[in-house]
Design a binder for this molecule. Structure first.
Ligand code: JHZ
Length: 396
């Protein structure tokens, strides 16, 4: 049974960066109520009323996974590891974005699936790309021509698809008998530990625990046999799944993660009620900092026009009263306005100048990479504001 535990108020689509802030554009902006629920039977944490995927994954999709060095390195590392360990003949990726993961394999063996046309167009010149949503119909079309996949990889995508039944049935159909499916997404364990409520937005229909994934796949002749924690996106989990009768043994790593999740009570509704209280406190503290700094005339900007900051800005009502502008390296975000609160987005070259006193870490998950890049800002006394895991100013 689904029980609501968190209300993040009225939100725009996290990806809906606006081309202009004139009244005509703003009058057409779409909003919905974002609330999060916990299912007391299967332990899934999900957006209570998901948005229609057709309005989210369009030919204007903004996120480019290659924008960060951290992600380029992480995807190349896991691709090499999978190649060595499994020597796959066919590798398929669901949600291939700009190809950051799958480009690491020989193009003869890869199949990419990407519903956002602008992204699929980027990769289709380089390797086989299907510009479609993942479905049973598509799986049948792909594997009419190809042998089944030995590796199916999907990072930050399965959590975006409301219909898990269709998703896993299509995966079961596409996997070779001893094939392995790897699902990587931000982990519920990290979200609860870090109070990173901004991992909840329209696209993150689910934030998975290993407990929930294990329950979810069992119904479709699949089995979770291993899990690997990663640092990416503020703490993610790679779930390794195979067919029920494949040869892989359940690992000690999986048993220990399941134990940790039970210890953290990720199977109890009360955990999420407590989390919801901490989220409200986080909003209060963040606004206190912004108000205090503004009273002393400090210039604050935001670093990284992330989808996560769409949630923070709209939940906390942070607009140009507090933040002059947002900087982002992604070309197709620059010159646009943030969803809902309409803060202008500039390139870092223009925006990270000597007039900036404070930068809110919209991309807190890349803190290490950003601190390294912004040594000069820090050296001249510039500070960052973060809300994860606690609201604070950095460096101290
Ligand atoms: P980043 C997206 O979320 C959307 P977002 C999606 N739904 C998802 O699941 C996650 O990714 C994985 C910029 N940047 O990766 C680049 C700088 O400007 O945290 C990006 O626009 N300077 C698919 O948007 C943004 O910040 C830098 O130095 O929350 C980071 O976005 C760096 C490192 C990044 O994901």
């Amino acid at each position: 049974m689904k029980k609501k535990f968190l209300n993040l108020d009225k939100q725009p689509l996290a990806n809906s960066f606006l081309p202009s802030s004139d009244s005509k554009t703003l009058s057409k902006e779409f909003f919905y109520n974002l609330s999060i629920s916990f299912d007391t039977i299967n332990y899934l944490v999900s957006v209570t009323d998901p948005v229609n995927p057709k309005s989210q994954y369009t030919d204007k999709y903004a996120h480019r996974a290659s924008e960060s060095l951290t992600m380029r390195k992480a995807f190349s590392k896991i691709a090499n590891k999978l190649e060595k360990k499994y020597s796959p003949k066919i590798v398929m990726e669901i949600g291939s974005n700009d190809g950051v993961f799958i480009k690491n394999f020989s193009k003869k063996k890869v199949i990419a699936v990407e519903p956002c046309r602008n992204l699929a167009n980027l990769t289709k010149q380089k390797f086989k790309t299907y510009p479609d949503f993942w479905s049973k119909k598509l799986a049948k079309k792909i594997f009419k021509k190809s042998r089944k996949a030995d590796i199916i990889f999907s990072a930050n995508t399965i959590s975006h698809i409301p219909n898990l039944k269709e998703t896993f049935e299509a995966i079961e159909f596409s996997l070779s008998d001893n094939g392995v499916m790897i699902i990587e997404d931000p982990s519920l364990l990290s979200v609860i530990k870090n109070n990173s409520y901004d991992q909840f937005y329209d696209e993150h229909v689910y934030v998975f625990s290993a407990l929930a994934i294990s329950n979810a796949v069992e119904k479709y002749n699949l089995r979770l046999f291993d899990v690997e924690k990663t640092d990416t996106h503020g703490g993610s989990m790679r779930h390794y799944i195979c067919k029920k009768h494949a040869s892989y043994r359940t690992t000690i790593r999986l048993k220990s993660v399941i134990n940790e999740e039970k210890k953290m009570k990720l199977n109890k509704f009360t955990t999420f009620k407590k989390f919801s209280k901490r989220v409200k406190e986080s909003r209060k503290k963040l606004l206190q900092i912004f108000k205090k700094l503004k009273l002393s005339n400090k210039k604050i900007i935001s670093y990284g026009a992330t989808y996560k900051s769409t949630t923070v800005f709209n939940y906390c009502k942070i607009n140009q009263r507090y933040i002059d502008y947002v900087t982002d390296t992604t070309l197709n975000k620059q010159g646009k306005f943030t969803p809902g609160q309409h803060i202008p987005i500039l390139s870092p070259e223009k925006g990270m100048n000597s007039s900036v006193d404070y930068a809110f870490l919209g991309a807190w998950n890349f803190k290490k990479e950003i601190f390294k890049k912004e040594k000069d800002f820090i050296r001249r006394g510039g500070k960052f504001i973060t809300h994860v895991p606690k609201v604070k100013i950095l460096p101290k």
